[in-house]
Design a protein around this ligand. Structure first.
Ligand code: SAM
Length: 372
């Protein structure tokens, strides 16, 4: 496989420093700001703050070629030292503030969230915030072992990534020689523990696994699980993304529809990421996530908290707002809340609407650091 060269050059590195300084100044000013009326938050485009994604580790036991390519994330790669990670107490404190501002769904992600020791304890702490939905995205490797304890701690649902049912293809894509069968065991354990409906994420990359789309649909039809087919995205700066590698969601739907006729279905709520399709014969539903070919920025209601406590208002952002400096300083909850409100109220992100071939080269945070 060709070596993938990170695309950051000297000029963008100095831009990145300037941008970080601007965001840090924004946080300092907002934290010294005046009282902000409580209640749900909307950004200038009218988008509510509804979902919070929390990356609990930047480490992963897989090296998926489209996410953490092994040539970059190798033995010399500097993962965050433990002291840089938000503690569970820090995460729970921030989560409480977000929930008070209207967040109804929290998703734990990473890196691989099940690698974070005692993750069940964090789930239990988040359940105490009263948030309606706590879910988690995992590669499934440790799920068979942990599904029951996660459920007991208060997890409501789980999403499992599985890019192919063909063992050779899957092992090549996860680049950790991990077999399909073990992920399927994890999915079974999750369903048995009541973490239903289980969602299954398949990232489709041209020339790699699109031949397995219909097999994936066939395998999970009638099980109650929901497969979501995801367009390969230009997240981060290391996965060598090219538009030619994207299999458009419309093509995916056509392939499945030709074998198992589909009808489109309404979203569960405004801002839902996946476009829903149901099998006409009642065999369940699938979703497609078309971030590249059908941008859904217009409804995006997601904030992302990175492993080291930066708040990102877009998956494709180059940097985030440092909330950790506030919680590790002497800032009280009211001022942290004002900062969160100020950040959301000036959020204008719409990266997927302005994506062009050359925007893929902009410096962007890695997905493993802010989570999927
Ligand atoms: N380790 C966990 C997992 O494998 O699900 C959670 C983190 S992973 C970054 C979250 C999701 O993002 C996974 O479903 C993964 O397949 C997806 N993902 C990662 N890189 C992607 C890319 N470039 N385009 C589309 N989806 C991607």
């Amino acid at each position: 496989m060709a070596t993938i060269i990170p695309l950051t050059d000297v000029r963008s590195a100095s831009n990145a420093e300037t941008r970080r300084a601007e965001l840090d100044a924004f946080v300092r000013n907002a934290a010294n700001g005046s009282f902000t009326a409580p209640g749900p938050l909307h950004d200038p485009r009218g988008r509510p703050l509804h979902d919070l994604r929390i990356s609990v580790t930047d480490r992963c036991n897989f090296r998926c070629v489209y996410c953490m390519p092994r040539d970059v994330f190798d033995a010399d790669y500097h993962f965050l030292p433990h002291a840089e990670l938000l503690t569970f107490e820090e995460i729970a404190r921030l989560a409480r503030l977000f929930v008070a501002r209207g967040v109804a769904k929290i998703r734990l992600t990473g890196g691989e969230p099940l690698l974070r020791r005692n993750i069940e304890r964090l789930v239990a702490m988040l359940a105490e915030t009263g948030v309606a939905d706590i879910t988690l995205t995992t590669n499934g490797a440790l799920l068979a072992k942990k599904a029951r304890s996660l459920r007991d701690a208060g997890l409501t649902r789980v999403t499992v990534s599985l890019d192919s049912l063909d063992d050779a293809t899957f092992r090549a894509m996860n680049d950790a020689d991990f077999p399909v069968a073990k992920v399927l065991d994890g999915i079974d354990a999750a369903a048995a523990a009541g973490l239903a409906p289980v969602k299954i994420n398949m990232v489709v990359k041209r020339g790699m696994n699109e031949g397995g789309i219909v097999d994936m649909a066939r395998h999970f039809r009638g099980t109650g699980h929901i497969v979501r087919f995801i367009e390969f995205m230009d997240v981060g700066a290391t996965n060598g993304w090219r538009m030619d590698d994207v299999v458009p969601a419309a093509e995916i739907v056509r392939m499945i529809d030709a074998v198992f006729p589909l009808a489109s279905t309404d979203p569960n709520y405004a801002g839902e990421v996946a476009e829903r399709w149901r099998y006409r014969d009642g065999g369940g539903e699938i979703g497609v996530i078309a971030s590249v070919t059908q941008a859904f920025c217009r409804d995006c209601s997601r904030a992302r908290l990175s492993t080291d406590g930066r708040l990102y208002t877009c998956l494709f952002a180059s940097d985030g707002y440092d909330l950790r400096s506030l919680i590790r300083g002497s800032t009280g909850d009211a001022d942290i809340d004002s900062t969160i409100a100020a950040i959301w109220r000036q959020r204008t992100d719409n990266y997927s609407e302005i994506r062009r071939a050359n925007t893929a080269r902009l410096p962007k945070v890695e997905m493993s650091y802010i989570g999927g």
